[in-house]
Write a protein that binds this ligand. Structure first.
Ligand SMILES: Nc1ncnc2c1ncn2[C@@H]1O[C@H](COP(=O)(O)OP(=O)(O)OP(=O)(O)O)[C@@H](O)[C@H]1O
Ligand code: NI
Length: 272
């Protein structure tokens, strides 16, 4: 089976003070259809740059080399249609003066060419799918009337409007408290399974990543230092840097007991 997404020799440089800053350095990575891949690494390791390069959202001054290919697609991937993107701060991706139902409907109208009525109906369906209580009423709400977790549910609904092949979640749960974080993780896991999407889950937290990912790719200074099955990366990493990340998030002794797939499933999803 051909992969959903194939990166070859992907490098991204940004103009710095005097020289170019290498944010990504010759990345080779495939993501299979339906596969969940986590990208982990410290701040500045190039995680968001990778996500932006895949979604074609890099700033104009970025210099890109290498290729991003979508073998099954037969055309260029479009953000909003083939790729869904969820960011850390849901407030930043939502319009404060637009009802949330209208915001999701607008995405359906713009990206799928739907009529307004059908788009509105789809918005209510999606609010239900992300388990917002009373979706018909919720559609009328403005973002400030929702909690952080609820706003992130709306952002996720907007990201999956186009039934994308790939969902990118860039630190999508980092701003939430632990309980809400677990709920949003469970929601993402459930939707990815239900829709048969691939997932690129970006986090600085290796423990969190191991709860949702099939494979983990460890980034450092723009390089991919290690990639492998989540269970193996967490229990038996080969790169010393991965050990350091494990130590930072789990304590060096604790990580040996971690079960890569015990953390998140549909059963642990609690409705807020
Ligand atoms: N628009 C930009 N212009 C110049 N340099 C940038 C730009 N965006 C990112 N960089 C630089 O590229 C490198 C990688 O940044 P990136 O945001 O991809 O890291 P990250 O792993 O997502 O970090 P974080 O965990 O803090 O989100 C950093 O050195 C950063 O300063
Ligand atoms: Ni980032």
């Amino acid at each position: 089976m051909s992969p959903c997404l194939s990166l070859r020799g992907l490098s991204v440089r940004y103009p710095g003070n005097k020289t170019l800053v290498t944010a990504l350095d010759s990345i080779d990575l495939d993501i299979a259809a339906g596969e969940r891949v986590a990208i982990i690494g410290e701040s500045g390791s190039g995680k968001s740059t990778l996500a932006l390069a895949i979604a074609n959202l890099l700033p104009g001054n970025a210099r890109v080399q290498g290729t991003v290919e979508w073998p099954g697609l037969g055309r260029k991937a479009e953000n909003g249609r083939d790729i869904g993107f969820v960011f850390q701060d849901p407030s930043a991706s939502l319009d404060p003066v637009m009802r949330i139902g209208d915001q999701i409907a607008e995405v359906a109208r713009a990206n799928l060419g739907m009529g307004w009525r059908a788009a509105q109906a789809l918005a209510i369906q999606l609010l239900d799918r992300v388990r917002l209580p009373e979706p018909r009423l919720a559609a009328q709400a403005f973002p400030h009337q929702l909690s952080g977790g609820q706003k992130q549910r709306v952002a996720i609904a907007a990201a999956i409007v186009g039934k994308p092949r790939l969902l990118i979640a860039d630190e999508a749960t980092s701003a939430l408290d632990t309980i809400v974080q677990a709920e949003i993780m469970a929601l993402i896991g459930r939707l990815v399974t239900e829709e048969g999407m691939s997932l690129l889950f970006i986090s600085h937290d290796i423990a969190l990543a191991s709860q949702i990912a099939d494979r983990i790719a460890v980034f450092r200074h723009g390089r991919l230092v290690e990639v492998g099955p989540a269970r193996q990366i967490v229990s038996n990493p080969t790169d010393p840097y991965t050990w350091l990340l494990l130590d930072a998030h789990l304590g060096i002794d604790a990580h040996l007991g971690i079960d890569a797939h015990s953390g998140v499933d549909a059963h642990s999803e609690i409705d807020a």
